[in-house]
Design a protein around this ligand. Structure first.
Ligand SMILES: [Zn+2]
Length: 83
């Protein structure tokens, strides 16, 4: 089953989970999520990456989200997952 990545449409209002991006394993038949399962805020699917390993997705995310204030611990380029 592919893993889809969602993130908050409005990171300044999202919870830690959707703000950092969340990975959801879904079948192709399932509808895409539109709201965060934690806070109910609006989210959107940003990556459809059935071929990528978890670690590559994670690296992509660390890079993409670098600088976002919702990442709480930032030390010399290290971004701690908060979801
Ligand atoms: Zn949320």
């Amino acid at each position: 089953m592919p893993i889809y990545v969602y993130e908050s449409k409005n990171p300044s209002k999202g919870c830690a989970k959707c703000c950092a991006g969340l990975e959801v394993r879904q079948s192709l038949k399932e509808d895409r999520l539109t709201t965060c399962p934690e806070c109910g805020g609006p989210i959107e699917r940003v990556i459809q990456a059935p071929g990528l390993t978890h670690s590559r997705t994670d690296l992509h995310y660390r890079a993409k989200r670098a600088g976002f204030k919702c990442l709480k611990k930032v030390q010399k380029g290290e971004y701690e997952k908060i979801y």
